[in-house]
Design a protein around this ligand. Structure first.
Ligand code: FPP
Length: 235
């Protein structure tokens, strides 16, 4: 089995999974969080080098106050526990998205986790928090425009490579495989620039039930696809 270098997952279905069990949505998020920890170990074990997950979108603030508060609590504890997961998997962690919207203690936990894990390079793990692809591009363009205005960047030399350097994912190769759990067939404003040539895999399995076997199934499906890139078929 050829393992993709970079796998991205839209974590979806915690709420419906919990409801189907007669439990509150917060229970689904708790299980989803535990599942993220175990999938991270599987990702490392399978030899995937880059792993990106969509955990909280710029739109998710619109959920009920209770749910958002519950998620913040979960992020607080997860970001702390993630130091151990980073050690275990020799994993460098980076949060993508506009983190300035989070409470100062969450922003501090993110900085601590990123600094602490920067010594590792066996797995690169990106967590999208308050992330939206349009927001990422607008923030990038603002910063690019400032560099042009201040004479640091010549507009005539701007190309794809230079633009990518202004995105949150700068320096990270584009995903080879995108997985979305729980049946929805949408991108939901996730990595729209970076997914231009990515293979998509959609499954009805809700995120809390998405285990190593499901991940392997997704990779096997990816393996039997033609990777054409608009050019000549790979041999
Ligand atoms: C999607 O399910 C999940 C979320 C928007 C919540 C975020 C993800 C987790 C809690 C996993 C852990 C991640 C971290 C970084 C701790 P949904 O609520 O959209 O489910 P539904 O579509 O069934 O309502």
């Amino acid at each position: 089995m050829r393992v993709p270098e970079h796998v991205a997952i839209i974590l979806d279905g915690n709420g419906r999974w919990a409801k189907s069990k007669g439990m509150p949505r917060s229970y689904g998020h708790m299980k989803g969080c535990a599942n993220l920890e175990s999938i991270c170990d599987d990702v490392k074990d399978l030899g995937i080098r880059y792993f990106t997950v969509y955990a909280f979108s710029t739109e998710n603030w619109k959920r009920s106050r209770d749910e958002v508060e519950g998620l913040m609590k979960l992020f607080r504890s997860y970001l702390k526990r993630c130091l151990k997961i980073a050690d275990r998997n020799k994993m460098q962690v980076k949060v993508i998205g506009d983190i300035t919207a989070f409470d100062p203690d969450i922003q501090e936990s993110i900085r601590v986790l990123e600094d602490y894990s920067s010594k590792y390079n066996e797995l690169y793990f990106q967590i999208a928090l308050n992330y939206g692809s349009r927001d990422e591009m607008i923030r990038g363009i603002r910063s690019l425009a400032r560099d042009v205005r201040d004479g640091r960047l010549n507009p005539e030399i701007i190309d794809e490579k230079i633009f990518e350097g202004y995105l949150d994912t700068a320096g990270v190769p584009d995903p080879d495989l995108l997985i979305r759990t729980s049946g929805e067939l949408r991108l939901s404003n996730f990595l729209m620039w970076q997914l231009a040539y990515t293979e998509f895999y959609f499954t009805d399995v809700p995120w809390p039930d998405f285990n190593r076997d499901e991940l392997v199934k997704a990779i096997e499906t990816y393996n039997i696809r033609d990777r054409r890139y608009g050019g000549v078929k790979e041999e």
